[in-house]
Design a protein around this ligand. Structure first.
Ligand SMILES: [Zn+2]
Length: 203
């Protein structure tokens, strides 16, 4: 398991244990509407198109527009093929930030998400993952899908999941757990899987 994947798995665990109301989650609920006011669809579309116009950016997700009143801070995740290597991926992310800053002003933070190469084996696993998703009407998409092979017989799957806007944050953990159980049934040689529900106000 790579360092990043380990971090992701730890993050998922941490968020699960924080599911019960704590000062942290309470504070977070109070802050989110301020930092993450729903921006217009046009703004999101323009941000997405601008970022994708940079060569090497295949797609973007988790666009968040933080409105500080006097300025905007845009954060987003750019999906960049991992075969380009870390230096080039970093350069591409910086190019996206510059381009977005030119158009929208304010500050832009572009997070790099490595896109796995789609080998036939990976594609077959993703197809089975997709058929598991079909039983969840509230799931509208996913990103950061990664297959980590502990050994050919034992694989680990992680992904970030997008749900419809009407799903309450209090339901996120149960949805992730139900999906994990469903994927475990669908994919036989699975060591474990771990899913993270994308926060509200992220597009
Ligand atoms: Zn991401």
């Amino acid at each position: 398991m790579s360092y990043n994947d380990k971090l992701k798995a730890e993050r998922v665990l941490r968020e699960r244990t924080e599911a019960n109301e704590t000062p942290y989650t309470h504070g977070r609920k109070a802050i989110l509407p301020l930092l993450g006011q729903a921006p217009s669809r046009d703004t999101i579309k323009k941000i997405r198109l601008t970022a994708k116009s940079v060569e090497g950016v295949e797609d973007v997700h988790e666009i968040i527009v933080h409105d500080y009143g006097s300025m905007y801070l845009i954060s987003l995740h750019a999906e960049i093929p991992e075969r380009l290597g870390p230096a080039e991926m970093h350069e591409i992310a910086e190019r996206s930030e510059r381009k977005l800053r030119e158009i929208f002003g304010g500050e832009v933070v572009c997070h790099t998400d490595p896109l796995m190469e789609r080998t036939p084996e990976i594609q077959a696993i993703e197809d089975r993952f997709n058929s598991a998703l079909k039983t969840f009407p509230q799931i509208v998409g996913y990103h950061d899908f990664r297959v980590i092979a502990e050994s050919p017989e034992r694989i680990i799957i992680v992904a970030d999941i997008d749900v419809t806007e009407d799903v309450a944050e209090s339901e996120f953990i149960d949805i992730a757990k139900d999906l994990e159980a469903r994927v475990e049934k669908e994919i036989q040689n699975l060591a474990y899987c771990s899913f993270y529900i994308t926060p509200k106000y992220a597009y």
